[in-house]
Design a binder for this molecule. Structure first.
Ligand SMILES: C[S@@+](CC[C@H](N)C(=O)[O-])C[C@H]1O[C@@H](n2cnc3c(N)ncnc32)[C@H](O)[C@@H]1O
Length: 218
């Protein structure tokens, strides 16, 4: 299948910035306590619902995937950037990292107990989010859990010329937190919690987490 142009730009850009992304971005252990609490709540819910495999979609260098495994989850990562996957495999040889698109997962229906998409869905154009969340719903087992974490704000397309010290060609597609919640619900999920934190650097944006469960749990 032909790679969509937006995804090629994401792949090329993250291949370019991978090493500096790892150097510049704070690891999960250094995140704010509220974000870590959301990851911990997600992990507890997945464990309580019987566990199962958890996919970290858009896993980057794999640090959050590894953090999920310290929380007792059987986690693996998926990323479109070969450089990111290579960094992740080097750092965490005991974990599985796959190269691929989160919009077309090479997984059977109902294969997963959980999905984490941490600061990765904003690179998907807003008009493709219904298909993306439908794919998440397809691969989650009944009663499985989804945690989205990322940027939210007034609907707009951002095209940064540089990121992490390098030229990049990807776009970021902001949607309001409330719209993100609606899209998750429209894909058949039940939203359990929504957390919004101000972005201290950018008054027009916030950090948002959406925790949801797939239909059909006991
Ligand atoms: C900002 S980084 C976040 C990485 C990681 N989740 C973390 O928190 O460290 C975004 C990552 O999502 C990946 N990504 C974005 N869109 C993707 C897609 N459609 N399929 C697979 N990976 C994607 C990028 O390649 C990049 O590694």
């Amino acid at each position: 299948m032909t790679e969509p142009a937006h995804l090629a730009a994401v792949r090329e850009s993250y291949d370019t910035v991978a090493t500096d992304y790892l150097r510049l971005v704070v690891p999960p252990e250094g995140m704010d306590p509220v974000s870590r609490a959301m990851l911990a709540a997600f992990a507890e819910l997945v464990r309580e619902s019987g566990g199962g495999e958890v996919a970290d979609l858009g896993c980057g260098p794999g640090r959050v995937t590894a953090y999920l495994s310290t929380l007792g989850l059987s986690a693996f990562g998926v990323d479109v950037s070969g450089e990111m996957v290579a960094l992740a495999r080097r750092a965490y040889p005991q974990l599985r990292f796959l190269r691929g698109s989160m919009a077309a997962l090479d997984l059977p229906d109902g294969a997963l107990g959980g999905i984490l998409a941490w600061y990765s869905v904003h690179h998907t154009p807003a008009d493709r989010l219904p298909q993306l969340f439908a794919e998440f719903a397809r691969v989650l087992a009944p009663g499985g859990h989804l945690l989205l974490g990322g940027h939210a704000g007034e609907a707009q397309l951002l095209r940064p010329a540089r990121a992490y010290g390098h030229p990049v060609s990807y776009a970021s597609h902001l949607v309001p937190a409330g719209r993100l919640v609606e899209l998750v619900e429209e894909a058949g999920f039940t939203v359990m919690a929504r957390l919004e934190q101000p972005n201290p650097q950018r008054g027009d944006r916030s950090y948002v987490c959406v925790l949801a469960s797939a239909a059909g749990g006991g």
